[in-house]
Ligand binder design. Sequence first.
Ligand SMILES: Cc1ncc(COP(=O)(O)O)c(C=O)c1O
Length: 389
Amino acid sequence: MPNIIYCDNAATSYPKPPAVYDAVLDFMKNVGGSPGRSSHALAVKASRVVFDAREACSRLFNVTDSSRIIFTRGATESINLALFGLLRDGDRVVVTALEHNSVMRPLRHLSRTKGIRVDVVPCSAQGLIDLDAFERTMKTGAGLAIINHASNVCGTIQPIEHLGAVARANGALFMVDAAQTAGALPIDVRAMGIDLMAFSGHKSLFGPQGVGGLFIREGITCTPLIFGGTGSGSDSDEQPDFMPDKFESGTLNGPGIAGLAAGIDFITKTGIDAIQEHGKELTGRFLAQLANDSDVITVLGPKDPTAMLPTISLSMSGADAGEVARKLNDEFGLCLRVGLHCAPQAHRTLGTFPKGTLRLSFGYLNTIEEIDRIVVALRLVCGRSGKHI
Ligand SMILES: Cc1ncc(COP(=O)(O)O)c(C=O)c1O
């Protein structure tokens, strides 16, 4: 088996910084109590870990009050929480043509059960939202816009600050799906006018799988998705009405949250600008090397490292992407993803539906040397010489 090169970071990041593994294990071995329950030493220690993680998320996203951050199982749960908690019969929602199924499927369900109307704003073949169409649609009275900050298919970054301003000017709430961007790009919920933001803990934030969060701005009315024990107000069978307990019923994922905090600490120490720069360097190197192969390998999306995350979709003429991926895995140890990446609409926009694409998503822990090995492997599998520029 060849040495692994992991390039599926848009699905989940791997490997994690060593401090993340240490933090998860430390929670399991030395903390162990249930956060927010009991007043014994280990429960207090666990509560402290959760509090510190909430504070770390708040600092990263410039949230003033850390109780506005709710921990969930991931961006999918956060998005469901927001959509089911906010939308009422007949409400209108605006999305882009690049949304993930974690947005589209709950909306599809809500349109069937509650008559929610969903307006889809088109995007260019590079994955960029049509700004005029967005402005026009927002003027027609939608109450909520939910926008994918960066595509998990082709990496395109949307102009969030501008979109937030348009939503606000039209009296709508502005929600961001930051599953791909939290930890990868600077995010300032206040400067960007973000009212709600769903994030994954296990992608660019380097936490373990099964952890994520939702930011809800103060003053927004939202009902919980899950009701139950919170360790607070136990004399009542009414759900607490205060943050974050209102939305955090059931025992939290303590080890996951501890790992997430360690991931954020790594990002803070490394510097998010340095992380972004590294991503641009990897993307630039990869794109430049593949430029001579455009007759067999088509790069989709912006093809501009400054306009995208290091997530690149490819299609191949005359080759089956699934077969290419299998060979890349078996013969070269490349871990990547092929198919529709849970975003069928995005492929309609890129012209790659229903076959999908071969996606390589690089992370901070990928190296330039790995990029060079990936290019050689790709060229060989596509019947080219393994030489690179
Ligand atoms: C754009 C986007 N939104 C939402 C999700 C769901 O994230 P999670 O795995 O944290 O539920 C993903 C995951 O791939 C994603 O790429």
